[in-house]
Design a protein around this ligand. Structure first.
Ligand code: ZN
Length: 353
């Protein structure tokens, strides 16, 4: 009897070791455009699958193995850098693959309905970067936002997805923070992971259409922040965004990033900067310089983890990375006219401190 128990125990240990090494999982789809067809690739129960679909006239609805995507035949026009209007603004940041938590947060704050569709009418939802890396539902987050932006437009609203350092890292093949699941997807599909987001892929082209910042009414949204040096150099939003995006993916450049392009992609650049929230934060005089330069009342940033959404510099900076990445809690910032407040995970309206 003892021997049988030992054998059974060893067998179950072996099974769990194998399961750890090769867990059954689903992922995708990753969609590549060729001259003649759309190539869809996905992982179903740990096995690679693919399908070629002729050029699309209608949106393609993909639903396999619990994976969902709606692929549209045409890209939307690129987003603008400035929007104005008397609509409600909601903003959240640093989702990092926490798909279910993001849905709960959006649903409880009445941005999406019980079927996870847009219900924010003419409101604008800003995601200030870093949906990629860390978590294991990054592809789900990407396809969800890709579709949500179409639903928002149809309702007269808008989704603004801004690039964060983790999107740019993955597009550049820096996979330091990638969940191991995605390394397995890439191995099973025999492609480097960054290949799924290169040019001529649906998600890659979509990401390439995104900006690093947006100014809505009197608020400026950006993932990390703007270094005061950019105000001293009198670089406007359009120039900063244009140079950043021209030098987005190193492998696609004819020559390496130099000068301002290099500066914008390094630690003082808008997707990496932490100067408003770090121990050695900049002075209020420098914040005022930025506020005056960009002609806004406040700069809203993600990137630097907080426990709740909070303000600095008398409200001139709002830090909205409420650590969704930990998978337990998150908050949404709301702005309407001169009113500004936080929405908790359960949808409570809370004072912004
Ligand atoms: Zn970040």
């Amino acid at each position: 009897m003892k021997k049988l128990i030992t054998i059974l125990f060893s067998f179950s240990t072996l099974l769990s070791v194998c399961a750890n090494e090769m867990p059954i999982f689903n992922d995708g789809p990753y969609v590549t455009l060729t001259e003649d067809f759309y190539k869809l690739e996905w992982i179903c129960k740990g096995k690679a699958k693919s399908l070629n679909v002729k050029q699309l006239k209608e949106p393609l609805i993909f639903s396999e193995c619990g994976l969902q995507a709606k692929v549209f035949p045409q890209q939307l026009k690129p987003d603008l850098l400035k929007y104005q209007g008397n609509f409600k603004i909601a903003a959240l940041s640093d989702v990092h693959g926490q798909y279910e938590l993001m849905l709960d947060l959006l649903r409880n704050n009445q941005i999406i309905n019980d079927n996870n569709k847009w219900r924010f009418s003419d409101g604008h939802l800003v995601i200030t970067g870093d949906m990629f890396d860390r978590g294991d539902k990054v592809t789900e987050v990407a396809w969800f936002l890709y579709e949500l932006e179409r639903q928002a437009l149809a309702a007269g609203g808008k989704v603004h997805l801004l690039l964060g350092n983790h999107e740019v890292m993955v597009m550049n093949g820096n996979l330091k923070y990638l969940h191991s699941k995605y390394q397995r997807s890439a191995a099973l599909l025999s492609r480097p992971f960054a290949d799924f987001f290169r040019e001529n892929t649906v998600l890659g082209d979509w990401l390439r259409s995104k900006n690093i910042a947006v100014k809505i009414n009197d608020s400026l949204f950006v993932h990390g922040g703007f270094h005061p040096g950019l105000a001293s150099a009198k670089l406007n939003l359009s120039i900063i965004n244009q140079i950043f995006k021209e030098y987005l993916v190193e492998d696609e450049l004819e020559s390496p990033r130099i000068g301002i392009a290099r500066y914008l992609h390094e630690s003082d650049g808008p997707i990496w900067y932490r100067g408003y929230l770090s121990e050695h934060s900049i002075s209020e005089i420098e914040i005022d310089k930025l506020i005056n330069h960009f002609e806004v009342k406040r700069i809203v940033v993600g990137h630097t983890s907080q426990t709740i959404i909070g303000t600095r510099y008398q409200g001139k900076v709002v830090a909205i990375d409420a650590s969704i990445k930990k998978g337990r809690y998150g908050e949404v910032l709301f702005i309407q006219g001169s009113k500004i407040w936080r929405g908790s995970l359960s949808g409570e309206v809370m004072l912004l401190k």
